[in-house]
Unconditional design. Sequence first.
Length: 411
Amino acid sequence: MINITNLVVGGGTVSLSIKGHDYVKSDREFTDISRPLIFWQITYRCNLKCIHCYINAIQGLSRDELTTEEVFRVVDDAHELRTPLLIISGGEPLIREDITEVMRRANDYGIKISLSTNGTLITRDWALRLRELNTQYVGISIDSSIPEVHDKIRGVSGAWELAVRGIKNVMEVGIPVGIRTTITKLNIERATEVVEFAHRLGVSRVAFYHLVPSGRGRGIVNLLPSPDQLLRFLIRLIEIARNYPDVEVLTVDNPADGVVASLMTSNDENEFMKKLRLVSRMGACSAGRKVMSIYPNGDVYPCQFFNDKPMGNARRERLTEIWLRPGVNTELVIRLREGNYGDSPCMRCPYLRYCGGCRVRAEVLNNNVWSMDPLCTMNSLLRLWKLGEINLKPWQVKVMRDFEDVLKTGD
């Protein structure tokens, strides 16, 4: 997760409040390998039909999901693992009948809870209930400021209006709320307008998610923007973050954005390196290192998109055991934690520790989990600079030439 606002103007508006007032020294203290952040996809059920859904959520009857007793044990295990934040998602988490009991149990342990939802079910009563459950943050999906575009991506007419209603209801009861936007070819050209829309609503955070071809996302790789499109989008996003400093702007699932944004917003190499150190704490790929994902059937993965590489199952094993000694895909997890990508160009990149790329995209699009992320925006910056489309300062040119030399080493 790359905090563009932090890199552009310094500071943020929502992230620190989620982490708490005790968070004062570094992001490393918020989450690390000893106490991972948990993304919990608690149900397969959903009332929408999103074209990019990584969990293949369904309408109607559920597939194999953990029972109430089993999800209570997951909460107990999360407490034992000392997770700093439990992000509950789905499917649509509010569809699950015991969701309030699950959240209350987590709250009783003092576990911070964040909710990731499509927002369509959040009535005024639900918003009040979420406040009573001490929900720290609610992320609601808005894929465009244009209702028809959002509804096309979400697969249900009227979804946009219901999601905006949900945002307003959450704001009115005083819970921090943010917008989540997944970037595809369907919305990228006008995606930055979501920041302006958030500003008008009074929403203080917008996170732009790069499409990861996982679940139904594998069927729409044709809607992946090109690397050059994503770089141009990032450059526009840097400018929009300057214009709307009251809205915290982030990008997610393209770690190279942190390197590029640091480079493009710095005045000299010293400032660039300072920003990279910040990026190393908040932006480098966290799969299997700082985060884990739990699916509705109890399968545990390195992240929510790595859903063909289970580490274990919470129905049969304790979370702590799975995290510390994964019984399957052990080599993958070890290499993720060590940053060992073999002979990949990423291993030669001087910015590996600040990035890591998306291993899922690399596997799906390159048939090699350790290859370079095909959407690497640093590579795109090199290409567009050489084509004369982007002007760089002399010190930035040196950075790009060094990067180019490293890539040529393996030719």
